[in-house]
Design a binder for this molecule. Structure first.
Ligand code: GUN
Length: 286
């Protein structure tokens, strides 16, 4: 079997075009454009690229982008005070603090300080709790984008065995909750998992979010499987690659996401979808 490519770039472009139209309609009807604050601390080069793309796309759909770039040594108290002021600012509907944070900052504390109604990353315990209870409000962007791509296949996901590689708070855990809502049977694998290749070989859906270049081998992939690659890595030659050996896995999978152009653009599209949703939620309670 030769896999069909799940084109995240094209799907994200369709989504952002729809979001831009809804933003324009909001503005025509006299409401403010949604505002998104993206906070970047320090100079991690990968984070700088991601944040630049987020801000650029925010403006491209007609939303207001609020940029906060703080030095790596910013004290935690200062970051918490900034979040408090953003929480209180009605022109900002969503806030995202780019991860990873410097060592001296407690990421959990920062996430919990964000007003859950402005938590467009969907990572606040309130939003994760709502996802656990099958009543999601603001959903973590990367798993949300993966679900949109899986639905692009047109397949009924109910009853499929999904194997997730990675148990992070951003990807693996919320991904498991999303797939459970669709009534998949879910296995979450991590560094202590025994016989990972054997488990992946049973998977109808594979989601790889481990951050290791070309980690998932082609012969781990079951014939006809759907393969979602969340990794963005550099291989030994410096070329961008995912967590899955794309060429080899494509010979077995029925659908596969490329890197770049797969999950990455979807994450940004879902961030903007969440920001619009947050603005609408805030309208209705204002
Ligand atoms: N770093 C990598 N991915 C993400 C994400 O989805 N949200 C935030 N805040 N930081 C990230």
């Amino acid at each position: 079997m030769t896999a069909r490519v799940l084109d995240g770039k094209a799907r994200a472009a369709r989504l952002t075009a729809g979001i831009a139209a809804r933003v324009a309609e909001r503005v025509r009807s006299g409401r403010a454009p949604p505002g998104l604050a993206v906070v970047l601390i320090g100079e991690n080069p990968a984070s700088q690229v991601y944040v630049r793309n987020k801000r650029r796309t925010t403006e491209a759909v007609g939303m207001r982008s609020f940029a906060f770039d703080l030095p790596a040594g910013t004290p935690q108290t200062e970051l918490l005070a900034l979040i408090d002021s953003i929480n209180a600012d009605p022109s900002v509907n969503g806030v995202l603090v780019q991860l990873p944070l410097p060592q001296h900052i407690d990421g959990e504390l920062v996430t919990e300080r964000i007003d859950p109604r402005k938590d467009v990353d969907g990572l606040h315990p309130y939003n994760i709790g709502r996802l656990v209870l099958k009543r999601p409000v603001l959903r973590p962007c990367t798993p949300y984008g993966c679900m949109v791509l899986l639905k692009e296949t047109g397949a009924d996901l109910a009853g499929k065995h999904a194997v997730i590689i990675g148990q992070s708070n951003i990807v693996g855990r919320p991904m498991a909750l999303e797939l459970l809502i669709e009534r998949c049977t879910v296995t979450v694998c991590h560094s202590k998992t025994r016989d990972l290749p054997g488990l992946v070989r049973q998977a109808d859906i594979v989601v790889a979010g481990v951050g290791k270049p070309n980690f998932v081998q082609g012969d781990w992939v079951k014939d006809g499987a759907f393969v979602i690659d969340v990794g963005i890595n550099r291989d030994a030659t410096g070329k961008l690659c995912g967590d899955v050996d794309f060429a080899a896995a494509s010979e077995r999978a029925s659908w596969i996401t490329p890197v770049p152009g797969g999950v990455g653009p979807m994450t940004i599209a879902m961030l903007l979808a969440n920001t619009l949703q947050a603005a609408e939620l805030q309208d209705s309670v204002a």
